[in-house]
Write a protein that binds this ligand. Structure first.
Ligand code: NAD
Length: 352
């Protein structure tokens, strides 16, 4: 499996260094033929190449089996004409990574506000209320006058159908319960189309139980009783917000693994951002990036039929569970370790 590794901005180099060590340890234990290619995007690339991402990098990623991407300082990239492209968007769009899979579960050893739960948010990734995803060129936010602005939200039948299908397939592999989250009471045309397509796809999955919630009420249900959910499917921005909430409910945003996948390609990227407030201080929780890398290995196992990659992914998840339960973790999840030391503990558990 050939993987391009890009550390990213802020805490990215620290958390990605741990993810690489863990994946390499798993490769030794399960005899994986892993081929890691290191490259840069974001601020490093802007300094080196005059742009946060380059066409050559995209070609390299297209030729590989997967991408491990660190967090990007997206908010600082404002002017595409100056090479400041949002790398996360660039890869999601260029590789058509339409499904963002964001699991959230509680762990023994991490105190939470709720009871135990284990759910997955499946978020559409290529359209919706994202100014940089909807148009052939230019953004979908418009300044009408200096005091009037408009933001457009694109929803298409194709994208609804394919995200619904991904979510149903995942639900079928889990507890066979899918929740549709929408705002079709007021966004009757766009979210109405989303609901309509999800219900059409449901006909192909009679073994999966389906229910639906309006997004605002969903936030209350997620906080009150997250254990009642299995797989949740929703449009882009609702999924972005809901999955940060569920990650935090599970104990920390630093626990939120995330996979962006399409028909051909996949990218493991932590759910959190570049966390400039703690960058360079050996404080960041590396688990989100590690779990995202494990999801990439599991995706490749399914695509290639090579079971040893799934075993490696499961062993990484078990090592994470064991470390967290033993408080061999960073401070945000109740431990006392730095990023590097938490990574060393994970490798020890993985190879024990
Ligand atoms: P953030 O996710 O970077 O940080 C939010 C809070 O969570 C901060 O207090 C931070 O210290 C903490 N946190 C985040 N990750 C952590 C980890 N691994 N361990 C411990 N604590 C962690 O969000 P932000 O501060 O709003 O955004 C910072 C930058 O990241 C912005 O430029 C934003 O646009 C960008 N961003 C990028 C991505 C991405 O690349 N996928 C996602 C979200 C935000």
């Amino acid at each position: 499996m050939k993987i391009v590794v890009i550390p990213g901005d802020g805490i990215g180099p620290e958390t990605m260094a741990v993810a690489v060590e863990v994946v390499q340890a798993a490769a030794r234990r399960f005899k994986l033929a892993l081929d890691l290619h290191h490259d840069v995007a974001g601020h490093d690339s802007l300094r080196l190449h005059g742009a946060t991402v380059t066409p050559a990098l995209l070609e390299k990623v297209k030729a590989a089996d997967g991408l491990m991407l660190g967090p990007m300082a997206t908010y600082e990239f404002k002017d595409e004409a100056k090479g400041e492209i949002n790398p996360s968007k660039f890869f999601r769009k260029s590789l058509d990574l339409y499904a963002n899979i964001r699991p959230a579960r509680t762990y023994e050893g991490i105190p939470t506000l709720t009871g135990a739960f284990d759910l997955v948010v499946v978020r559409e990734n290529t359209e919706g209320f994202y100014a940089d995803r909807n148009m052939e060129s230019g953004g979908s936010e418009i300044l009408v006058t200096p005091d009037v602005s408009i933001s457009l939200r694109r929803i298409t039948r194709l994208c609804c159908e394919r995200i619904a299908r991904s979510a149903f397939e995942l639900a079928r592999q889990r507890r066979k319960h899918l929740t549709l989250v929408h705002k079709a009471n007021v966004l009757k045309v766009t979210d109405g189309m989303f609901l309509d397509e999800c219900r059409k796809v449901a006909a192909d999955f009679p073994d999966v139980t389906v229910d639906d919630f309006i997004v605002d009420a969903m936030m209350a249900h997620a906080v009150r009783a997250p254990e009642r959910f299995d797989v949740i499917v929703t449009t882009n921005m609702f999924g972005d917000i809901l999955s940060d909430l569920t990650a935090e409910l599970s104990g920390s945003l630093g626990l939120g693994g995330s996979l962006n996948m399409g028909a051909q390609h996949a990218m493991g990227q932590a759910a959190h951002g570049s966390a400039p407030d703690i960058a360079g201080q050996n404080l960041a929780n590396p688990l989100s990036q590690v779990l995202s890398a494990a999801m990439l290995l599991a995706w490749y196992a399914q695509k290639s039929g090579r079971g040893e990659y799934l075993e490696a992914a499961q062993a990484i998840e078990q090592a994470v569970e064991a470390c967290v339960a033993a408080r061999e973790s960073t401070r945000d999840v109740g431990g006392q370790l730095g990023t590097r030391e938490a990574g060393q503990a994970l490798v020890r558990r993985l190879l024990a």
